[in-house]
Design a protein around this ligand. Structure first.
Ligand code: NCD
Length: 317
């Protein structure tokens, strides 16, 4: 793997499987009473978050701490950034503090790439979500979750059918998942109102449908996306009721899933809009497994980027 993880395009299929395998090995090692490994002891990892986040920030923090790294949380709210300090000044401050890795979430698409290319810092840069562009570790944790539910696809997703449903236009999760899941061999269908599909979607290697009822019985994985109202400056659908009726997962639709199919959502969920409470809490839902797997996959990414010591079951002192 390279120095940075900015996009799924940074990874070959073999790299992606290596991360998933490493996450699996870490799951076994940390399954016992000892949750912490000494692998990244002495390294400093900065969580640089310019956008709100609960699970991604906590997940990276927990992953870094479980590998014994020191973690600095830098949230743009309440920092000098709100007083007008630029990304450059912030990056140079982090460099002076000796950061070994910077995990960045930013509202602007391309911000992680900018930081990595700038020469302002020598740290590894990990993209934790840049605008509507990409969120590679989310796609990796989703692939890990899928693989652990469908062991028959352990060495390739050929034959696996996945639908990604909802606000594709504003979703970095959808972009990274399309890139990763197709790279791993899955067959993807995007289901969304025409207004919430990006221009150029026909060039993506996916099918597109506007008929959720027809798609649901055909898939192994149904991935719902959050309706990202904060990124909408205009109206993209007539009303929330109309949206739910066309593209929301309710109990009636849930019951038409095939027997082994799973329901995924990256969170935070708008219960009652893209997913009903019964669907979110049903035995089909793997939402909490996604959260738990996120820590393992981020440990694997940190481990591979920062070239920690060989993985062993040795506990940290
Ligand atoms: C996603 C994000 O921030 O892109 N959430 C997450 O990382 N868990 C998806 C979203 O906000 O809808």
């Amino acid at each position: 793997m390279r120095k940075h993880l900015l996009s799924i395009n940074d990874l070959s299929r073999a790299d992606a499987f290596e991360i998933l395998d490493t996450a699996g090995a870490l799951a076994k090692i940390t399954d016992g009473p000892v949750k912490k490994l000494p692998t990244l002891r002495g390294l400093s990892i900065v969580n640089l978050f310019f956008e709100d986040s609960t699970r991604t920030r906590i997940s990276f923090e927990s992953a870094a701490k479980r590998l014994s790294a020191d973690v600095i949380n830098f949230s743009a709210k309440g920092s000098s950034v709100s007083k007008g300090e630029s990304l450059k000044d912030t990056a140079q401050t982090l460099q002076a503090m000796g950061a070994d890795a910077v995990i960045i979430r930013h509202g602007a698409s391309g911000a992680a790439q900018r930081l990595a290319d700038s020469g302002w810092i020598s740290a590894s840069v990990i993209n934790a979500g840049d605008g509507t562009h990409e969120h590679p570790t989310q796609a990796l944790l989703d692939a890990y979750t899928i693989r652990s539910r469908f062991p028959q696809y352990v060495s390739g997703f050929e034959g696996l059918r996945v639908a990604i449903v909802g606000d594709v236009l504003h979703s970095r999760v959808a972009r990274s998942n399309v890139l990763l899941l197709t790279k791993l061999g899955a067959k993807l269908t995007l289901v969304a109102p025409p207004t919430l599909l990006p221009v150029g979607v026909t060039e993506w290697n996916v099918d597109v449908s506007f008929d959720l009822d027809a798609v649901i019985p055909e898939v192994d994985v149904l991935m719902l996306l959050r309706v990202q109202s904060e990124r909408m400056k205009e109206s993209f659908f007539p009303s929330e009721r109309e949206y739910s009726r066309g593209y929301g997962l309710d109990s009636r639709r849930l019951n038409t899933l095939s027997e082994s199919a799973i329901v995924m959502h990256p969170g935070p969920m708008n219960r009652g809009l893209e997913i009903s409470a019964e669907s979110a809490d049903s035995h089909r839902s793997v939402v909490l497994a996604q959260v738990a797997n996120g820590v393992l996959v981020r440990m694997a990414v940190l481990y591979q980027l920062l070239g920690g010591a060989r993985l062993t079951g040795e506990a940290s002192a």
